[in-house]
Ligand binder design. Sequence first.
Ligand code: COA
Length: 248
Amino acid sequence: MSETDLIQRDVRDGVLSLRMNRPDKKNALNRAMYAGLSDALEAANGDETIRAVLLLGGAGAFSSGNDIADFAGFDAKAGLGEVMRFLRALTALEKPLVAAVDGLAVGIGTTVLFHCDLAYATPRSTFRTPFLDLGLVPEAGSSLLAPATMGYQRAFALLVLGDALSAEQAREAGLVLAVSDAAEDESRRAAARLAAKPPEALRIARRLMRGDGAALNERIEAEARAFAERLTSAEARAAFAAFLGRRG
Ligand code: COA
């Protein structure tokens, strides 16, 4: 599938919708998908007709996280290229970001939500970050944003222990705003309402609430250095091989 099929774009009423579309892999994010998302987020900043961005997944799978085959094939010389570009595009985004989750949100499928201004989930959604069991460490700024959002111990249970959150627990923890069967419709309505606000005031309000992002960007870089080292560790390689070989 090409980048454009894997990330479907649609602009309506000032809302740019980006739908991850790799259903056969439960929306595992591969390099082309990170590149597609980055292209869209970077372009949104310079496009005054886009007033809000909506991130969507598929039925039953928002995202199963980073493609483990890409992790297994990680080339230390090439580095985390597309992933880092995506994370930088996320923190540099000047438009509000809204998400709707239905079903699985694993790894970056969960940690991306810490970057959202509003997130909605269906009752069957689950949120899980199995970093440690893969020999990895928290990423995408989650080591900073998760404790700030939900308190240290709940963040530790999510990011380090690897405990899953139900939709209701995610709402209580502040990871999503609301849980409903109509999560996608709700997210669309919220994005449309944001798109109708005075854009300059919206940009300033968002910047005031989020800060300048310097500490977040620094943390993302620090996490990435540790993450890249872990990707070639014996612990991680064994975990990737176990996942990729489980049908064999
Ligand atoms: N990377 C690569 N492939 C993945 C994937 C991932 N993160 N998540 C799912 N897939 C693939 C599976 O290998 C399978 O492919 P196949 O049909 O070619 O064998 C397909 O997507 C469907 O997944 P499956 O495991 O059959 O679905 P499930 O409903 O039983 O389980 C998950 C779904 C997400 C719980 C399970 O696939 C899983 O644990 N994936 C890994 C999640 C992960 O650790 N992500 C990285 C976080 S840092």
